[in-house]
Design a protein around this ligand. Sequence first.
Ligand code: ADP
Ligand code: ZN
Length: 216
Amino acid sequence: MNHGAHDGRVEVISGVMFSGKSEELLRRLRRALIARKRVQVFKSRLDDRYAGASRLSSHDGSGIDARPITSSRDLRRLVNPETDVVGIDEVQFLDDGIVQVVEWLADRRVRVIVAGTDMDFRGRPFGAMGALMARAEVVDKLHAICVRCGEPATRNQRLIGGEPAPPEAPTVHVGGNETYEARCRRCHEVPEPGRHQTELDIEGEAAAWAERARYW
Ligand code: ADP
Ligand code: ZN
């Protein structure tokens, strides 16, 4: 796709955890810097307990500083009018307002590159990722390697105490004792709701999820 030098656009780097989204975002941002573009980098965080700088880093240890944001409003407030390129990592954690802010920036000729995991641990669209992918000019879906069978992995497997997590748990469980694995469709496991007894708090979002699940 041939983009004019001044075209605003939205690029989405999507995929499962460990698929290399941060590495790819970093690669694109580095190239923009080489092209002497004015670049701003943001990273969403789940809570605002830690102020200050965050870092977008790849596994070889290199990285770029990223400004932590907790909402789409933060982003709108913090983008400078002269900025040419905006990068956002972990965009799936931001509120739905991110879709409008990203479109607003692209309409103002900003190249917006967002990276995020497209599915939650149940295999359902995560946050605003689906809406962002639909509106983007360019979408890349990266794969990891399934830790079970070695095929391309597309899904996030949540494990609690080594067991597949039930679907009624919250999508985001801050400070939880869960671990994640990259798995393919065939190896991805989500037990029936309520079949497994867990120590997770299933109130709040989880209750709402269970209510919604009745209509699926
Ligand atoms: P993402 O941002 O998509 O979570 P990262 O860029 O942080 O991905 O990490 C990608 C790196 O993770 C790979 O280059 C690889 O070294 C490592 N990795 C760990 N587990 C896996 C896996 N199951 N499949 C592929 N890469 C993996
Ligand atoms: Zn597999």
